[in-house]
Design a protein around this ligand. Structure first.
Ligand code: PHE
Length: 339
Protein backbone atom coordinates (compact mmCIF):
# COMPACT_ATOMS: atom_id res chain seq x y z
CA UNK A 1 0.00 0.00 0.00
CA UNK A 2 2.68 2.48 1.04
CA UNK A 3 4.62 1.66 -2.08
CA UNK A 4 1.61 2.35 -4.27
CA UNK A 5 1.09 5.66 -2.53
CA UNK A 6 4.76 6.61 -2.90
CA UNK A 7 4.73 5.64 -6.57
CA UNK A 8 1.68 7.81 -7.19
CA UNK A 9 3.22 10.69 -5.20
CA UNK A 10 6.31 10.64 -7.37
CA UNK A 11 4.12 10.64 -10.52
CA UNK A 12 2.30 13.79 -9.45
CA UNK A 13 5.23 16.08 -10.12
CA UNK A 14 5.58 14.99 -13.72
CA UNK A 15 1.88 15.32 -14.65
CA UNK A 16 1.27 17.54 -17.65
CA UNK A 17 -1.70 18.58 -19.77
CA UNK A 18 -1.59 20.32 -23.14
CA UNK A 19 -5.24 21.35 -23.07
CA UNK A 20 -8.48 21.19 -21.10
CA UNK A 21 -9.28 17.76 -22.47
CA UNK A 22 -6.04 16.22 -21.25
CA UNK A 23 -6.47 17.92 -17.90
CA UNK A 24 -9.95 16.43 -17.50
CA UNK A 25 -8.57 13.00 -18.38
CA UNK A 26 -6.02 13.35 -15.59
CA UNK A 27 -8.70 14.40 -13.14
CA UNK A 28 -10.79 11.35 -13.98
CA UNK A 29 -7.77 9.05 -13.82
CA UNK A 30 -6.67 10.19 -10.35
CA UNK A 31 -9.56 11.87 -8.62
CA UNK A 32 -12.57 10.47 -10.47
CA UNK A 33 -15.14 8.13 -8.90
CA UNK A 34 -13.33 5.12 -10.25
CA UNK A 35 -9.96 6.86 -10.06
CA UNK A 36 -6.74 5.68 -8.48
CA UNK A 37 -7.28 7.63 -5.29
CA UNK A 38 -10.64 5.98 -4.70
CA UNK A 39 -8.99 2.61 -5.37
CA UNK A 40 -6.61 3.35 -2.53
CA UNK A 41 -9.47 4.39 -0.29
CA UNK A 42 -11.24 1.14 -1.04
CA UNK A 43 -8.15 -0.84 -0.08
CA UNK A 44 -7.68 1.23 3.06
CA UNK A 45 -10.08 -1.15 4.80
CA UNK A 46 -7.48 -3.89 4.60
CA UNK A 47 -4.67 -1.85 6.13
CA UNK A 48 -3.68 -3.27 9.54
CA UNK A 49 -4.98 -1.16 12.41
CA UNK A 50 -1.55 -0.02 13.63
CA UNK A 51 -0.69 1.34 10.15
CA UNK A 52 -4.04 3.03 9.52
CA UNK A 53 -3.00 6.38 10.95
CA UNK A 54 0.20 6.69 8.95
CA UNK A 55 -1.36 5.36 5.73
CA UNK A 56 -4.36 7.63 6.15
CA UNK A 57 -2.08 10.65 6.41
CA UNK A 58 -0.17 9.55 3.32
CA UNK A 59 -3.36 9.16 1.29
CA UNK A 60 -4.48 12.61 2.39
CA UNK A 61 -1.13 14.04 1.41
CA UNK A 62 -1.43 12.37 -1.99
CA UNK A 63 -4.93 13.76 -2.46
CA UNK A 64 -3.80 17.29 -1.65
CA UNK A 65 -0.77 16.96 -3.90
CA UNK A 66 -2.98 15.77 -6.76
CA UNK A 67 -5.50 18.56 -6.27
CA UNK A 68 -2.78 21.20 -6.07
CA UNK A 69 -1.10 19.88 -9.17
CA UNK A 70 -4.31 19.78 -11.21
CA UNK A 71 -5.19 23.31 -10.05
CA UNK A 72 -1.77 24.51 -11.05
CA UNK A 73 -2.14 22.89 -14.46
CA UNK A 74 -5.59 24.49 -14.90
CA UNK A 75 -4.17 27.91 -14.03
CA UNK A 76 -1.30 27.62 -16.43
CA UNK A 77 -3.68 26.56 -19.22
CA UNK A 78 -5.86 29.62 -18.59
CA UNK A 79 -2.99 32.05 -18.62
CA UNK A 80 -1.59 30.39 -21.69
CA UNK A 81 -4.83 31.04 -23.53
CA UNK A 82 -4.78 34.77 -23.06
CA UNK A 83 -1.05 35.14 -22.96
CA UNK A 84 0.26 37.38 -25.69
CA UNK A 85 3.26 35.36 -26.70
CA UNK A 86 2.47 36.23 -30.32
CA UNK A 87 2.12 39.96 -29.69
CA UNK A 88 4.64 41.81 -31.81
CA UNK A 89 4.94 45.36 -30.61
CA UNK A 90 7.21 46.30 -33.50
CA UNK A 91 4.67 45.35 -36.17
CA UNK A 92 3.19 48.21 -38.27
CA UNK A 93 -0.35 48.92 -37.04
CA UNK A 94 -3.38 48.04 -39.13
CA UNK A 95 -4.27 50.86 -41.49
CA UNK A 96 -6.81 52.94 -39.59
CA UNK A 97 -9.70 54.08 -41.75
CA UNK A 98 -9.98 57.78 -41.05
CA UNK A 99 -13.25 59.54 -41.76
CA UNK A 100 -13.36 62.68 -43.84
CA UNK A 101 -14.97 65.99 -43.12
CA UNK A 102 -18.38 66.56 -44.69
CA UNK A 103 -18.11 68.66 -47.88
CA UNK A 104 -20.44 71.28 -46.40
CA UNK A 105 -18.19 71.56 -43.35
CA UNK A 106 -15.11 71.88 -45.52
CA UNK A 107 -16.66 74.74 -47.50
CA UNK A 108 -18.24 76.38 -44.44
CA UNK A 109 -14.85 76.37 -42.70
CA UNK A 110 -13.27 77.89 -45.77
CA UNK A 111 -15.87 80.69 -45.84
CA UNK A 112 -15.36 81.33 -42.11
CA UNK A 113 -11.62 81.35 -42.64
CA UNK A 114 -11.77 83.97 -45.38
CA UNK A 115 -14.05 86.30 -43.42
CA UNK A 116 -12.08 85.90 -40.23
CA UNK A 117 -9.00 87.05 -42.13
CA UNK A 118 -11.07 90.13 -43.04
CA UNK A 119 -11.75 90.78 -39.35
CA UNK A 120 -15.15 89.14 -38.89
CA UNK A 121 -15.88 87.08 -35.81
CA UNK A 122 -18.45 84.30 -35.48
CA UNK A 123 -21.86 84.37 -33.87
CA UNK A 124 -24.26 81.55 -33.15
CA UNK A 125 -27.93 81.35 -32.24
CA UNK A 126 -30.88 78.97 -31.86
CA UNK A 127 -32.43 77.08 -34.80
CA UNK A 128 -35.84 77.14 -33.13
CA UNK A 129 -36.53 80.87 -32.98
CA UNK A 130 -39.26 83.33 -32.23
CA UNK A 131 -41.01 85.32 -34.90
CA UNK A 132 -39.41 88.55 -33.67
CA UNK A 133 -35.81 87.55 -34.38
CA UNK A 134 -36.54 85.81 -37.68
CA UNK A 135 -39.06 88.23 -39.18
CA UNK A 136 -40.32 91.25 -37.23
CA UNK A 137 -36.94 92.65 -36.19
CA UNK A 138 -35.80 92.10 -39.78
CA UNK A 139 -38.48 94.46 -41.13
CA UNK A 140 -40.76 91.80 -42.61
CA UNK A 141 -44.24 93.24 -43.02
CA UNK A 142 -46.98 91.38 -41.17
CA UNK A 143 -48.25 89.92 -44.45
CA UNK A 144 -44.87 89.16 -46.03
CA UNK A 145 -45.09 85.90 -48.01
CA UNK A 146 -42.00 84.46 -46.27
CA UNK A 147 -44.07 84.18 -43.10
CA UNK A 148 -46.53 82.08 -45.02
CA UNK A 149 -47.13 78.45 -44.17
CA UNK A 150 -45.56 77.48 -47.48
CA UNK A 151 -42.15 78.76 -46.53
CA UNK A 152 -41.89 78.52 -42.81
CA UNK A 153 -42.07 75.60 -40.42
CA UNK A 154 -44.09 76.62 -37.40
CA UNK A 155 -43.91 74.84 -34.10
CA UNK A 156 -47.33 73.32 -33.60
CA UNK A 157 -49.63 75.37 -31.42
CA UNK A 158 -47.03 78.11 -31.11
CA UNK A 159 -47.56 80.43 -34.07
CA UNK A 160 -44.81 82.63 -32.68
CA UNK A 161 -42.13 79.94 -32.70
CA UNK A 162 -40.58 78.88 -35.99
CA UNK A 163 -37.60 77.01 -37.37
CA UNK A 164 -35.40 79.87 -38.54
CA UNK A 165 -35.59 80.41 -42.30
CA UNK A 166 -32.33 82.35 -42.37
CA UNK A 167 -29.50 83.12 -39.95
CA UNK A 168 -30.38 86.83 -40.03
CA UNK A 169 -32.03 85.96 -36.71
CA UNK A 170 -28.55 85.61 -35.25
CA UNK A 171 -27.64 89.07 -36.56
CA UNK A 172 -30.68 90.41 -34.77
CA UNK A 173 -29.55 88.76 -31.55
CA UNK A 174 -26.05 90.22 -31.95
CA UNK A 175 -27.36 93.76 -32.52
CA UNK A 176 -29.65 93.40 -29.52
CA UNK A 177 -26.75 93.09 -27.11
CA UNK A 178 -23.82 94.71 -28.92
CA UNK A 179 -23.26 98.30 -29.90
CA UNK A 180 -21.26 99.00 -33.09
CA UNK A 181 -18.70 98.50 -34.43
CA UNK A 182 -20.11 95.06 -35.29
CA UNK A 183 -18.41 92.64 -37.67
CA UNK A 184 -19.86 89.15 -37.50
CA UNK A 185 -20.63 86.15 -39.65
CA UNK A 186 -23.39 83.75 -38.71
CA UNK A 187 -23.03 80.23 -40.07
CA UNK A 188 -25.80 77.75 -39.41
CA UNK A 189 -28.59 75.48 -40.56
CA UNK A 190 -31.86 76.95 -41.76
CA UNK A 191 -35.24 75.41 -42.62
CA UNK A 192 -37.78 76.09 -45.34
CA UNK A 193 -40.94 74.24 -46.11
CA UNK A 194 -40.00 73.01 -49.58
CA UNK A 195 -40.58 69.69 -51.31
CA UNK A 196 -37.31 67.72 -51.33
CA UNK A 197 -35.80 67.33 -54.79
CA UNK A 198 -32.40 67.44 -56.49
CA UNK A 199 -32.54 71.24 -56.37
CA UNK A 200 -34.36 72.02 -53.13
CA UNK A 201 -34.37 70.70 -49.59
CA UNK A 202 -36.30 71.45 -46.44
CA UNK A 203 -33.07 72.44 -44.73
CA UNK A 204 -29.82 73.90 -45.91
CA UNK A 205 -26.89 75.91 -44.55
CA UNK A 206 -26.09 79.57 -44.66
CA UNK A 207 -23.35 81.96 -43.78
CA UNK A 208 -24.65 85.48 -43.29
CA UNK A 209 -22.52 88.52 -42.51
CA UNK A 210 -23.15 91.86 -40.82
CA UNK A 211 -20.98 94.94 -40.63
CA UNK A 212 -22.08 98.04 -38.76
CA UNK A 213 -20.04 101.15 -38.08
CA UNK A 214 -20.19 104.91 -38.44
CA UNK A 215 -18.99 105.26 -41.95
CA UNK A 216 -19.96 102.26 -44.01
CA UNK A 217 -20.80 102.40 -47.69
CA UNK A 218 -21.89 100.12 -50.48
CA UNK A 219 -18.32 100.32 -51.81
CA UNK A 220 -17.06 98.60 -48.65
CA UNK A 221 -19.60 95.84 -49.18
CA UNK A 222 -18.60 95.38 -52.80
CA UNK A 223 -14.88 95.23 -52.01
CA UNK A 224 -15.33 92.71 -49.22
CA UNK A 225 -17.47 90.50 -51.46
CA UNK A 226 -15.00 90.76 -54.35
CA UNK A 227 -12.19 89.74 -52.02
CA UNK A 228 -14.27 86.83 -50.75
CA UNK A 229 -15.12 85.64 -54.29
CA UNK A 230 -11.48 85.72 -55.36
CA UNK A 231 -10.26 83.95 -52.24
CA UNK A 232 -12.92 81.30 -52.66
CA UNK A 233 -12.93 80.75 -56.42
CA UNK A 234 -9.56 82.05 -57.59
CA UNK A 235 -7.98 85.42 -58.42
CA UNK A 236 -9.53 85.72 -61.89
CA UNK A 237 -13.09 85.55 -60.58
CA UNK A 238 -15.30 88.48 -61.58
CA UNK A 239 -18.38 89.64 -59.71
CA UNK A 240 -21.48 91.57 -60.70
CA UNK A 241 -24.23 92.99 -58.53
CA UNK A 242 -27.84 93.06 -59.72
CA UNK A 243 -30.50 95.16 -57.99
CA UNK A 244 -32.83 93.05 -55.87
CA UNK A 245 -35.16 93.25 -52.90
CA UNK A 246 -34.92 92.06 -49.31
CA UNK A 247 -37.02 93.50 -46.49
CA UNK A 248 -33.95 94.03 -44.31
CA UNK A 249 -31.65 95.80 -46.77
CA UNK A 250 -32.01 98.96 -48.84
CA UNK A 251 -30.62 99.09 -51.45
CA UNK A 252 -30.43 95.33 -51.99
CA UNK A 253 -28.53 93.29 -54.54
CA UNK A 254 -27.81 89.79 -55.67
CA UNK A 255 -24.26 88.92 -56.50
CA UNK A 256 -23.16 86.73 -59.40
CA UNK A 257 -19.69 85.41 -59.98
CA UNK A 258 -18.23 84.49 -63.34
CA UNK A 259 -19.04 80.80 -63.76
CA UNK A 260 -16.06 78.95 -62.39
CA UNK A 261 -17.02 75.79 -64.23
CA UNK A 262 -16.73 77.18 -67.79
CA UNK A 263 -14.69 80.23 -66.84
CA UNK A 264 -17.46 82.54 -68.05
CA UNK A 265 -17.81 81.29 -71.61
CA UNK A 266 -21.20 79.63 -70.99
CA UNK A 267 -22.12 76.07 -69.97
CA UNK A 268 -25.09 74.05 -68.77
CA UNK A 269 -24.39 74.96 -65.13
CA UNK A 270 -24.61 78.72 -65.74
CA UNK A 271 -27.34 78.22 -68.37
CA UNK A 272 -24.99 79.63 -71.01
CA UNK A 273 -24.90 83.03 -69.31
CA UNK A 274 -21.36 82.82 -67.94
CA UNK A 275 -22.61 83.99 -64.51
CA UNK A 276 -23.94 82.20 -61.43
CA UNK A 277 -25.72 83.78 -58.48
CA UNK A 278 -24.10 83.10 -55.12
CA UNK A 279 -25.49 85.51 -52.55
CA UNK A 280 -27.84 88.29 -51.51
CA UNK A 281 -26.63 91.51 -49.94
CA UNK A 282 -27.34 95.17 -49.29
CA UNK A 283 -27.16 98.09 -46.90
CA UNK A 284 -28.95 97.34 -43.64
CA UNK A 285 -32.35 99.04 -43.66
CA UNK A 286 -32.47 101.78 -40.96
CA UNK A 287 -35.70 100.17 -39.68
CA UNK A 288 -33.70 97.04 -38.83
CA UNK A 289 -31.08 99.04 -36.94
CA UNK A 290 -33.76 100.87 -34.95
CA UNK A 291 -35.74 97.71 -34.21
CA UNK A 292 -32.60 96.19 -32.76
CA UNK A 293 -31.61 99.16 -30.62
CA UNK A 294 -29.00 100.80 -32.85
CA UNK A 295 -29.10 104.49 -33.68
CA UNK A 296 -29.67 104.64 -37.45
CA UNK A 297 -28.62 108.29 -37.62
CA UNK A 298 -25.20 107.50 -36.26
CA UNK A 299 -24.59 104.07 -37.73
CA UNK A 300 -24.83 102.36 -41.09
CA UNK A 301 -24.19 98.80 -42.07
CA UNK A 302 -24.13 96.21 -44.77
CA UNK A 303 -25.24 92.60 -44.70
CA UNK A 304 -24.92 89.59 -46.95
CA UNK A 305 -26.05 85.99 -46.92
CA UNK A 306 -25.12 82.91 -48.92
CA UNK A 307 -26.05 79.24 -49.08
CA UNK A 308 -23.21 76.87 -48.29
CA UNK A 309 -24.72 74.17 -50.55
CA UNK A 310 -24.62 76.55 -53.51
CA UNK A 311 -20.95 77.42 -52.96
CA UNK A 312 -20.15 73.73 -52.50
CA UNK A 313 -21.94 72.88 -55.75
CA UNK A 314 -19.84 75.42 -57.55
CA UNK A 315 -16.62 74.12 -56.05
CA UNK A 316 -17.35 70.42 -56.38
CA UNK A 317 -20.22 70.24 -58.91
CA UNK A 318 -22.53 68.17 -56.78
CA UNK A 319 -25.55 67.57 -59.00
CA UNK A 320 -28.11 66.52 -56.41
CA UNK A 321 -28.67 68.41 -53.13
CA UNK A 322 -29.96 65.26 -51.46
CA UNK A 323 -26.46 63.75 -51.52
CA UNK A 324 -25.46 66.19 -48.79
CA UNK A 325 -27.82 64.67 -46.25
CA UNK A 326 -27.85 60.99 -47.23
CA UNK A 327 -24.46 60.33 -45.65
CA UNK A 328 -23.49 57.75 -48.26
CA UNK A 329 -19.88 56.97 -47.40
CA UNK A 330 -19.00 56.53 -51.07
CA UNK A 331 -19.96 60.17 -51.63
CA UNK A 332 -18.34 61.45 -48.43
CA UNK A 333 -15.12 59.56 -49.21
CA UNK A 334 -14.62 61.72 -52.28
CA UNK A 335 -13.85 64.71 -50.10
CA UNK A 336 -10.50 64.69 -48.44
CA UNK A 337 -10.06 67.71 -46.30
CA UNK A 338 -6.82 69.25 -45.22
CA UNK A 339 -8.32 70.91 -42.16
N1 PHE B 1 -31.37 86.49 -45.33
C1 PHE B 1 -31.32 86.36 -46.78
C2 PHE B 1 -31.81 84.95 -47.16
O1 PHE B 1 -31.94 84.12 -46.33
C3 PHE B 1 -29.94 86.57 -47.32
C4 PHE B 1 -29.47 87.98 -47.14
C5 PHE B 1 -28.77 88.33 -46.00
C6 PHE B 1 -29.74 88.93 -48.10
C7 PHE B 1 -28.34 89.62 -45.85
C8 PHE B 1 -29.29 90.22 -47.94
C9 PHE B 1 -28.59 90.53 -46.82
O2 PHE B 1 -32.09 84.70 -48.28
Amino acid sequence: MTERINALLSEVESLAAADEKELEALRIKYLGKKGLLNDLMADFRNVPAEQKRETGQKINALKTALQDKLNALRQSLATKEDSHDDLDLTRTPYPVQLGTRHPLSIVKNEIIDIFSRLGFSMADGPEVEDDWHVFSSMNFAEDHPARDMQDTFFVEQHPDIVLRTHTSSVQSRVMEHTQPPIRVICPGRVYRNEAISARAHCFFHQVEGLYIDEDVSFTDLKQVLLTFAREMFGPDTKIRLRPSYFPFTEPSAEMDISCNICGGTGCAFCKQTGWVEILGCGMVDPNVLEANGIDSKKYKGYAFGMGVERITNLKYQVKDLRLFSENDVRFLDEFVSAN
